[in-house]
Design a protein around this ligand. Structure first.
Ligand code: NAG
Ligand code: NAG
Ligand code: NAG
Ligand code: NAG
Length: 624
């Protein structure tokens, strides 16, 4: 890029020809390019990056606009004698990143010194617009230390071992629009830190040791902020509601590396209502934070990459109807449910690269035709009819990241979805249950029973069992209450598709159905269970308690009930008889009782372990 002066020189002084031009381009005597550096007179740039310098080299041409001293060994900014003021006056960009600077001069009282003092070194930079001091050894920034750099627009102080940022550290930087600060040690932010920065638009804070998110109050002076990045707040567990409330102009919010943050509560993002881009990455969110998203109707881009999110459920994104892009890379995602992006009219980019997805349902989208870009690579994709839509639309899709390729079926392993599919690929075959001869089992009450069911198909079918009342068995218990109905709660699906009922009851008898389902269709087989009830003698003897026993909450069968009651009453009457005889004997000995008020409480604690014994029934007798 030619500077304005250079361009004018060329246009105006054309007739003066080569000689002058040569003079302009050749380094001026005395202001030649410092030997270890490279200079570009065109854009007045001096580049001395990575030269092992321990001090600013002598001979930097006066009028230099950009000075790159990055990746050297400078401990402080010290201008070589003589070249100081002429170099500084027109300097616009100074890059000191990746050095060993450990201290900046104090803020007050040193402005006037112009010599080799640090304080002097940082003055006279009246044109400096961009300063990079990231990746240094700064441990302390005194309030107002940089205040004399009144023209500064961009300041990079990231990756410094600063433990704290005190109030008013950046006072005086009234034109500062962009600030990056912090490091892994940063553990304290002064409550008035952000005052005096009216022009700040972009703020990045890395706070590896901060115990809590910045308070809403401290963010109040940043009403004009449009982008906020809070990085590496690994100790912070929650984001209090309304934290970003004062940031009315915020359009971009990035929370990255909050490895203890496992939820975005409702209201935690309340405030900046026109947030367009939200990125919550490398945190500990285990699901799409739909509650936190409730207050973000304008959101267009969402990135939740590298969170342990296993499923994108239907409806989780219903509050962000304007969403266009979702990125969920490297999250361990196992499934995207149908209808996951249903309400999203403008949805056009999905990046789920590097997950554990076997498929991606076309029905997840309101219309797959609206999808422009898809990242699906590095997933163990099962290439059957469910993914055919991707192969079919491949020419109208832009694939992000590595090309998606099939993991299964074996015959098509490695087949790429962005290439024309060979014949016979992306097919499903309807499940076929292997042995469909009806099973008939007759089992003694209280015994376990196992039905078998196995099926082939592509993709491998899911197997489910229905009991005689057509209720689904073997599914996780839906609530805290025990299930009732044949075999509910006592049954378990076996890994090979079979069904086990731990201890059958008479009411379990009937026809059970095994259903094998996949995207290609379903197949069913049936099994009949007959239950041989226990004889009264068998019921009378001690029956093993535990798994096979009657658990609270199940209906007793009539026999058990009958025996329990009979035995209960028998023992009750015998005890009452004994009591009355005792009383009678006693009263005869003592003479008549005036107020004989006798209360007998009978509390049978039967029910539990196997029912009919009556031994553990308790009798309480109160006499008043
Ligand atoms: C200056 O110009 C050179 C060569 O044209 C280029 O490599 C360099 O990046 C430029 N520097 C800046 C700061 O524009
Ligand atoms: C926001 O910016 C405007 C000008 O763009 C300025 O007048 C105002 O003071 C700023 N607000 C704050 C809180 O800094
Ligand atoms: C992340 O969340 C899981 C539970 O969801 C928890 O066990 C784990 O300790 C959390 N990790 C951190 C770093 O807080
Ligand atoms: C099995 O497929 C038939 C159609 O072929 C369908 O009507 C039925 O609902 C399916 N059953 C299950 C349990 O999916």
């Amino acid at each position: 890029m030619l500077s304005g002066a250079g361009a004018r020189a060329r246009a105006g002084w054309q007739p003066l020809s080569l000689l002058l031009l040569l003079l302009l381009v050749l380094p001026e005597p005395g202001l030649s390019c410092p030997s270890p550096c490279r200079c570009w007179p065109d854009n007045r740039t001096v580049e001395c990056s990575g030269r092992g310098l321990e001090s600013v080299p002598a001979g930097i041409p006066g009028g230099t606009r950009v000075l790159d001293l990055s990746r050297n060994r400078l401990r402080r900014l010290e201008w070589p004698r003589g070249s100081g003021p002429t170099v500084r006056r027109r300097l616009e960009e100074l890059d000191l990143s990746g050095n060993l600077v450990s201290e900046l001069p104090g803020g007050e009282g040193e402005e006037e010194e112009e010599e080799a003092e640090d304080g002097g070194a940082w003055s006279g930079l009246g044109q400096l617009r961009r300063l990079r001091l990231d990746r240094n050894r700064l441990r302390y920034l005194s309030p107002g230390a940089l205040g004399r750099l009144a023209a500064l627009e961009s300041l990079e102080l990231g990756s410094n071992p600063l433990p704290a940022l005190l109030d008013l550290t950046f006072r005086g930087l009234r034109r500062l629009g962009r600030l990056e600060v912090g490091g892994p040690q940063l553990g304290y932010l002064g409550p008035r830190l952000w005052e005096g920065l009216p022009a700040l638009r972009l703020l990045t804070v890395t706070g590896g040791s901060l115990p809590a998110a910045p308070s809403a109050l401290s963010l109040q002076p940043l009403a004009n902020l449009s982008a906020l990045r809070l990085l590496g707040l690994a100790r912070v567990r929650r984001l209090p509601a309304g934290t970003f409330g004062p940031l009315a102009a915020l359009r971009l919010l990035q929370l990255d590396g909050w490895s203890s943050l496992s939820e975005l509560e409702e209201g935690s993002l309340r405030g900046p209502e026109l947030l367009l881009r939200l990125s919550v990455t490398r945190c500990n969110l285990s699901s799409v934070p739909y509650r936190g998203l409730q207050s973000q109707p304008a959101l267009r881009w969402l990135d939740l990459s590298h969170n342990p999110i296993r499923v994108i459920r239907a409806g989780m994104l219903r509050h962000v109807t304007r969403l266009e892009e979702l990125r969920l890379v490297g999250a361990g995602l196992l499934a995207v449910q149908p209808e996951a992006f249903r309400g999203l009219l403008y949805f056009r980019l999905l990046d789920v690269t590097s997950n554990q997805l076997r498929s991606l349902p076309e029905k997840a989208f309101r219309s797959a035709a609206g999808l422009h870009s898809l990242g699906l690579g590095d997933n163990p994709l099962a290439c059957d009819c469910r993914l055919h839509w991707v192969a079919r639309r491949r020419r109208r899709l832009r694939f992000l990241g590595p090309a998606p390729a099939c993991r299964t079926p074996e015959a098509h392993r490695g087949l790429r979805l962005d290439r024309p599919p060979p014949p016979g690929s992306f097919l499903c075959s309807r499940p076929r249950i292997r042995d469909k001869r009806p099973q008939r089992l007759s089992v003694r009450e209280g015994r376990p029973v196992t039905f078998r069911c196995s099926a082939d198909g592509n993709p491998p079918p899911d197997i489910l069992w229905l009991n005689p009342r057509r209720q689904r068995l073997g599914a996780p218990t839906p609530g805290p209450f025990p299930l009732s109905g044949p075999a509910l709660g006592r049954s378990r699906l076996l890994p090979d598709g079979g069904l086990e009922i731990a201890s059958v009851r008479p009411q379990d008898a009937g026809i059970y159905r095994c259903v094998a389902r996949n995207a290609g269709g379903n197949d069913t087989a049936s099994a009949t269970l007959r239950v041989r009830p226990l004889s009264p003698q068998e019921l009378g003897v001690f029956r093993p308690a535990g798994r096979g026993g009657v658990r609270p909450g199940y209906p007793f069968d009539t026999q058990t009930l009958l025996v329990t009651t009979t035995m209960g009453f028998a023992s009750f009457f015998s005890v009452v008889t004994v009591c009355f005889s005792l009383l009678f004997a006693w009263s005869r000995a003592k003479g008549p009782i005036k107020h004989n008020n006798i209360q007998v409480d009978f509390v049978p604690h039967g029910g539990g372990g196997g029912g009919g014994e009556g031994e553990d029934a308790k009798y309480n007798m109160k006499m008043v």
